[in-house]
Design a protein around this ligand. Structure first.
Ligand code: HEM
Length: 185
């Protein structure tokens, strides 16, 4: 067994990649909600919001792959690829790790159905895309429950920042769309 696979490097890498994934997922989620709320300014036209939403989602997937890869390679605790893909399979921190696996599965479904959106049809794609509202809070709970850094002030601050970003975007969307719906009645 090499010191690479059981030394602290992979542990730090897992934590860093998990944090970056969470931040990217949050940014993508907030932009997705803003886009659905028709957000645009002169500096931020809709195509930019939409493009960023898409690209940040792909980047989040890349960091998720790194997060899972370093977890699986790290031999300090035995977590295999099936544990990362099948929710609540791993005996290690079953519930919190299971939430991570669930969030990853949802991220993969969201990405695959977005890439195949033209074949799927807009209605079906939109219905499936609502899973984002489940994926993000589940990922936040996984980070808080599994992570070494969950009690640290900066981690609490980062998580609160993520929650504020998504709540702010949701509030914008509600404020923008509710009056329009009332007028349409
Ligand atoms: C959307 C999916 C996921 C996100 C956003 C995510 C994010 C995070 C975050 C933010 C942390 C806390 C890091 C820290 O405390 O510094 C974490 C910890 C962890 N995650 Fe994930 N994760 C996801 C999926 C997964 C999956 C599928 C696995 C299974 C292989 C996994 C394995 C772990 C492990 C083992 C830790 C604990 C690392 C430690 O010792 O502190 N994660 N994750």
């Amino acid at each position: 067994m090499s010191s690479f696979s059981h030394g602290p490097f992979l542990w730090y890498a897992t934590r860093a990649a998990g944090l970056v994934t969470l931040v990217l997922l949050t940014a993508s989620m907030a932009l997705g909600i803003l886009n659905a709320g028709r957000f645009r300014t002169r500096r931020w036209p809709r195509f930019l919001v939409q493009g960023l939403h898409r690209n940040l989602s792909l980047l989040a997937l890349a960091f998720l792959a790194l997060h899972i890869g370093t977890t699986v390679i790290d031999t300090y605790v035995s977590i295999g690829l099936p544990d990362a893909l099948i929710p609540f399979l791993s005996p290690y921190k079953r519930f919190w790790l299971g939430l991570g696996a669930l969030a990853s599965d949802l991220m993969i479904v969201l990405a695959v159905t977005s890439v195949t959106r033209l074949h799927l049809g807009h209605r079906a794609w939109r219905l499936i895309h609502w899973a984002g509202y489940l994926c993000w809070p589940v990922a936040v709970m996984h980070g808080l429950g599994t992570g070494t850094d969950h009690g640290r002030a900066w981690m609490v601050g980062l998580t609160l920042g993520c929650v504020a970003a998504v709540a702010g975007a949701a509030a914008y969307r509600a404020a923008r769309l509710l009056p329009a719906r009332r007028l349409a009645r």
